[in-house]
Every structure is written in structure tokens, then in C-alpha cells.
Design a protein around this ligand. Sequence first.
Ligand SMILES: Cc1cc2nc3c(=O)[nH]c(=O)nc-3n(C[C@H](O)[C@H](O)[C@H](O)COP(=O)(O)O)c2cc1C
Length: 382
Amino acid sequence: MAYVSENSLHDAINKATTDLFTCAYKNIIKPHFVFNKPPDRSHAQMIGFCKVTRNIPPLMWLLRQMLDYTDPILETSVMGVDFANPFGLSAGLDKDCEMATLLDNAGFGFETVGSTTARPCAGNPRPWFHRLPEYDSMMVHVGLANEGSDKIIAKTEQAWRRTRTMQMSVSIARTNDALVGGIDEGIEDYCVSMRRAAGRTAMVEVNISCPNTKVGEPFNEDPEALDRLFTELDKIDRPQPTLVKMPLNKTWEEFRELVDVLADHNVQGLSIANLQKDRSGMTIPPSWLGGLSGGPCTVESTELIRRVYRDYGDRFAIAGIGGVFTPKQAYEKIRAGSSLVMFVSALMYRGPQQITVLKRGLAELLRRDGFAHVSDAVGVDA
Ligand SMILES: Cc1cc2nc3c(=O)[nH]c(=O)nc-3n(C[C@H](O)[C@H](O)[C@H](O)COP(=O)(O)O)c2cc1C
């Protein structure tokens, strides 16, 4: 494979076009086409844009030539899955699997589709989003709206067959609708989606930490309920690795109890972490419901990753998530113990070229510190 990093002309073009995209997104696209309307509309518009442009192959080719930075130092193998780079789109932005072609051509290592649920789900009443630009954050109150895992997993499998290098993961959660029942009903809901996902994606993420549902988060509030859930999920034969999307707002003792349960089950990875529920120190209208993404997650999630890596070593691969906007923040998550890094808010606040900014910057930091591969830096600060 010819790497962009090893071809000085392609490298220079990639750097120049990335800088151009950064400038265009900041000064033209974001103020005049994205942030000039309510976030719910911008999100729908962005998905519409992906649906149209993915059918224009010359545009996808151009996107790839301009943005996709490849570099052997970023290649990595985690939980038996090979990645062109450790960066992925975190769950929530591409709920219904419409963005894969664009993300693949822009050079993402992987994406997490969903969260999706056993039954199609309308989610919470709108608005789902509020912007908090002063905190680089989005307030999210979607409540797991999606087309249902039957359809979404089929779409994800199809997309995975078509991507050039990008790996596809699917996040499964419990349906958030009027039919929701007790713990047993919840377990069966997850099992339905897991049976559908078995063998059809590169990874599966089990979301036990959605902060915006009618029944709360019973599977992270009681380790026994979590144990019962994974005892049933263990019975579902599946070749791909399983990650668990963890909550951010727990004491270390509570968090440890959950991780101890997961350590006894067929779980290979932890995605750390979901949205921030703590609003202290921030000025946010009380009527705005939901959890916070971006800036308010950065420090706490990195600290959690460090503690998990320190105590559990390589029992789990860690996918670090929360407020990653810069290569330095990604590098901190890797040095704290993350083998993979995911983000959502950076895409909304900085633009689609941020994947290239992160990859180029991370490669530079790794070389500066004498690492031969990204995997060599995992956990060195833990
Ligand atoms: C618009 C939006 C929707 C989200 N929906 C989900 C979801 O369905 N499932 C999930 O596990 N996390 C969801 N999240 C949380 C993200 O996956 C991620 O954990 C969080 O935003 C922190 O990453 P960030 O700071 O890079 O945004 C959502 C986040 C955003 C911004």
C-alpha cells in the first residue's frame, strides 16, 4: 500500500487541503450553513447531504484524495480487528447508517452506527439538541430514536461490505418506548439485537448508559442486573468482539463493580464514556434536558480510562471517548490506556477534516516521542 505519509507530493496536497477545509469550515460552512439554524435541522440536513453525495463517486474520490491521510504508524490491531487508524465516529450521529461512504472516504478507521434497538423507536419529543458553543458541547436528549436493529444491522452489514478500509461497529441499546417493561423484558430486547448483529459487523457495542430514557439506566445502577444481562448475551454465539459503553458519572467504587462483573463475561472492550450528566459550573437553562457531549467530558473520561487501564491492564481494550478535539487530547487518551479513540462533537464543531487533523497530529506526536506504532503508546502514562 502506498501511504500518503511516504509520498511527499501527496502529503503536501493532503496537508494543504486539510488546512483549506479547516479554514472554510470555520469561516463559511459552520456560521452560514450549519450553526445558522437549530441543531435538529442541521443534523437532518447533514444526513441528507451524506445521502446525496455518497452516490457521486467522483466526489468521493476527490474527498479521499484531499483528506484521507494514511500512515503506517497509525495502523493497529485491536481485539483481533485491523484498523487503518485508531479513530472512529462514536455512537449517536449516524443512528440509521447513512454516513459510512463519506466517513470511509474521509479516512475514518471505524464508525459506530446506532444506538439501535430491537423495536423501531421514535425517541423523545423534540428538540433533541441544544448547542453550547462556549463549552464546545452539545446537549443531547434524543432518547434512542432509530429505525430498529433489524433494518439498521442489515444496512451496517451492507455498508461494511462496501467500505474500502473502514471497520463498522453497531451500538445496541434497549428500546425506549411505551412497551418497555421490567429487567427481563430489557434483557430480551438487547438479546434480540445481539442475535441480529452476530457475525454481521466488525464489533458490537452494548450501550448500558443512555441518560435519556423513560426507565433510566437499570443495567448500570445494579451490578446484579448487569450480570444477568451479560449471562444471557454470553449464550449468543458471535465471532466479533463486544464492547460495553460505560457511564461517565459514577464513583470509582461503583464503576469498578460494573467492570468486575463485565470481566467475567464475553466482553473484550470498554467504551469510556457516555455523555456528561454533571452540569455544575456551567450556565445552562434548566429546561434543557439531556446529557452533555464535548468539552465537559474531556478530563473526566481520560481520568477514568487511566484508572481502568491501571487496574485491569489488558483484560479490556479501551475505546476512549469524550471531548477529543485536538491531537494532543487524543494522544492523552491513548497514553492513559485507550487503544481506540472515538469522537462526535469534534466533527460538529470543527468539521469533517478534523479526522485528518487528528491523524496527522497524532502521527507527529508519536514520532516526536520515539514510538514506532500507535499501540506502543497505549497506557504509557497509566
Ligand atoms: C448527537 C449525539 C447523539 C448521541 N447518541 C448516542 C447514542 O445513541 N448512543 C451512545 O452510546 N452514545 C451517544 N452519544 C454519546 C457519544 O457517543 C459520546 O459518548 C459523547 O458525545 C462524548 O463524545 P464527544 O465529546 O466526542 O461528543 C451521542 C452524542 C451526541 C453528540
